[in-house]
Design a protein around this ligand. Structure first.
Ligand code: HMH
Length: 226
């Protein structure tokens, strides 16, 4: 069993909670509260900006061209290709994508990007990849699970979103291969840090869906029971 096989197995509890989350099931059913989708897009736009920054930190720590080319490609994918699923969601709520940009991240999303930035700044490249991997991996499996369960046709409102991620296997494969290579040379302590970073990112993926579904806000007189 590879290191990433182990990670997947140890975190199956969180993967299942993600698949069963009402936001994710709502994507499959093609029925979601518009406010939740709006909350998601606003947060995810900022989240993906932070993702690009994390890749850039990783790129700056790379010592060979192959790793540099890899992080460069991933930055391009996030900046240009991942706009498609956002456009699918913004079409659904009938709001221009441009109007959903520049909004501060709610607490769970903020926690998630700071978790990734922490590992990117304080840890090794292996640790950084461990914090990043649940992003492509959980979305790939969400896409695959939703196709299996709902078999969406072209007239499904989230057909493009579901197919985009169900067909993003290359992203996960590439990241797993790199992380497995780093893990092969990592000490026991570093592998423990990698496992901790991976599990917390799985948990923060789940928290991100919940944040969107409940339209989570920073505590204030609006968001706190008086
Ligand atoms: C929060 C989150 N995780 C993963 C992805 C997929 O890259 C995304 N777009 N947003």
């Amino acid at each position: 069993m590879t290191f990433t096989d182990e990670l997947r197995k140890e975190n199956d509890d969180i993967y299942q909670l993600i698949f069963n989350h009402p936001f994710v099931q709502g994507i499959g059913k093609g029925e979601l509260p518009k406010q939740a989708v709006e909350h998601y897009i606003k947060a995810d736009f900022e989240f993906l900006n932070a993702f690009v920054q994390v890749y850039s930190i990783a790129l700056s720590k790379s010592t060979n061209r192959e790793d540099m080319a890899y992080f460069h490609e991933q930055i391009q994918f996030t900046l240009y290709d991942e706009v498609q699923p956002h456009l699918n969601f913004s079409d659904y709520i009938g709001v221009r994508f441009e109007d959903l940009q520049g909004h501060p991240l709610p607490p769970s999303g903020d926690h998630y990007i700071k978790h990734m930035l922490y590992h990117a700044n304080m840890g090794s490249l292996g640790e950084t990849l461990s914090a990043l991997l649940p992003c492509p991996w959980t979305y790939l499996e969400i896409g695959q699970e939703l196709i299996k369960k709902y078999q969406p046709t072209k007239d499904h409102p989230f057909y493009k979103w579901i197919h985009f991620y169900a067909e993003s296997g290359h992203e996960t494969e590439q990241m797993r291969k790199r992380l497995d290579a780093f893990a092969a040379n990592a000490s026991t302590e570093e592998k423990l840090r990698m496992k901790d970073a991976f599990r917390k990112s799985c948990q923060l993926e789940l928290a991100f869906w919940e944040m969107s579904y409940t339209c989570e806000e920073w505590p204030s007189n609006k968001a706190v029971t008086q």
